[in-house]
Design a protein around this ligand. Sequence first.
Ligand code: ADP
Ligand code: ZN
Ligand code: ZN
Length: 734
Amino acid sequence: MSHLHYRIRVAIPLHLYDCFDYLLSESQYQQAEVGARVAVSFGRQNLVGIISEKLAPDAPLDPHIKLKSITELLDQHAILDANSLKLLNWAAKYYQFPLGEVLHSALPSLLRQGKPYNLLARMWRVLDVIAEDKLKRSEKQREAYKVLKLHPTGTAENILNLAGIETSTLKALEKKGIVDCVLEPQDFSPMPMTLAQMPLTANDEQKVAIQSILKAKNKYQAFLLDGLTGSGKTEVYLQVMQEVLKQGKQVLVLVPEIGLTPQTISRFQSRFHCNIVLMHSGLNDSKRLQAWQHAQTGKASIILGTRSAIFAPMANLGLIILDEEHDLSFKQQESFRYHARDVALYRAYLQQCPIVLGSATPSIDSYALVKQGKMTALQLNQRAGSAIMPKIHVLDLKVENKIHGISQSLIGEIKKRLEKKEQVLVFLNRRGYAPVLICDSCAWQAKCPNCDANFTVHHQPYVHLHCHHCGTIQRKPDTCPSCNHQELKPIGLGTGKVEEQLAELFPDYPVLRVDRDSTSRVGSWQKIYDKIHSSEPLILLGTQMLAKGHHFPYVTLVAILDIDSGLLSVDFRAPERTAQLIIQVAGRAGRGERKGDVYLQTLRPDHPLLSTIVNHDYRAFAKQTLAEREIAQLPPFRYAALVRCESRSQDQNLDMLTQHAQFLRDMSAQKISIWGPIPAPMERKAGRFHAHMVLLATERSQLHLQLGVWWPNLLQQKPAQMKLSLDIDPQELS
Ligand code: ADP
Ligand code: ZN
Ligand code: ZN
């Protein structure tokens, strides 16, 4: 029997496009399952790989290649099921990214490190069932106690944490002898869903949407739920989910950012009694593993997550919902550059289940799919309940009187609202104090030494200069380094400066700043959120974070201070992004009983984009944009890939790209057109030079076929210090 060789092919987590074969014993071979982990050595490294294939024992073995044996089989069973493997294999091919790295990115980090799959769950149980009176003084403990009492057999700690019950509270109860904690092997039987709250009575448009989606309950169909902000999309999701959960199936809900999840999860929790897990990058390793296992085994009924949750294996997936589908954060912008929306569509297709993409400002790409008949559009045209759409006013900054960059009439309007005890939202998409520091005398500007960019002035937590492109931080000079002049002036508006000005203009009202700098601490956003919902008059000031999905019932005025950079950008997607941003921010106004107004400051009041937006006619804007893209043969009418190149020499970048562009032209018999190579808009970043080129093809299959050969070849030939990346369906051309 010496001609039999037991071999498996292993995907290893290195940036290599091949998988590697390893030997193992016959008994190991019998046990080994595709999708299980193995420990292997590769060169001098010990790695955790995933079995991608079992080779037939009688397949010939090249005698010149000396194969290593595996170190250890880590799993008795596949931890990635067949459908997940199919999805990940597809994604690796589609995005031209090494399978080993793609598979690894789908695993929680403990499993990537080779830790055992079986974990113990911490279960909390009530010991003393008549302790309520002892807990009079701590509301937190009383709340926790009440929840625990509902489930006499115990509740897993992560589930309790999700419900807002902190581990410290549980430990305090334990000290008092009222509850205890046991470690139990995870039992993976799902908890049946029951309704915790009656659904709202759907309006006619909602009914049509719900019924259409439910008709596709057990097959693949993609829906675009195109509904104004506040038109009741979430209620549609909830009612569709209800039916799918009733069938005992799981629902995957993707949202753009973790900031949104506490609100969404509480809405789901108050509607359904069932096992809901959260999946996002903020979880610690063991919680992440637990969430992943609950999804994989079917114990969790609802999986609510951000982008990467799209790869979570699920035993019994019956519906995918992707909310705010236009949001750019669904696209990973580094290394494995997948778009969760596109992966989600393919996943639903593999799974033969419906998928709903929802937005008030759908992407142009999704409208194109509707037009091609690949997606079904469902529209919600009325705001749910009594709310009506806010009126948008354009303020011409060229003629308005301003105080520190804010129009005086706008200041007057803000004052009126605050006096009526209403809330105001001021939007400015620029963090920091001011984007430029300039010398009053010689016009010297503070520039990052490593980038072609100005330093942003920050005043918090102390005065300093910060480059938003490479992270360089410097002390702010006291005098001009060029002419020694005493006066260095911060120019332009950042949220930090506006915060100061608003506090000065409206000293009697709180100004809450919401941006990455002010909300990075855990829990800080929740505090702000609670204040907003307390209905007191206040000013909410923030960046993009405020544009997303939030329901602010007491905000009646939205001020957009500056969107001109979006109107002037050369990126062909910039108008789409700008229109989406304006409508999304505007949509935060007047979601309660009182009508809202939106004021938009601009130096370009005549810009055509603004006139469509003023009428809330996003669909007209989209239709026009689609027509323009078709004429210019831009995506989605052609398929694009962006090759980015960076090194210490721009000449080297451009030479390399030019040479390989020519190969690709020849190879593809001109079926792929190439723009560039050109220097990137910001040529020098973090001390390195950047260049790129865009590949465009009429047929997707052509593009992928050619790239499959051309790209690995290009990677092999590049100098070691050069970095190259390939971005399939790029969302930003920079
Ligand atoms: P969207 O997700 O489209 O922004 P939501 O689902 O959050 O909209 O709904 C906005 C508000 O309208 C919420 O307060 C919601 O409870 C309410 N709402 C939604 N549907 C209905 C309905 N059919 N009847 C009454 N109120 C509704
Ligand atoms: Zn100077
Ligand atoms: Zn920099």
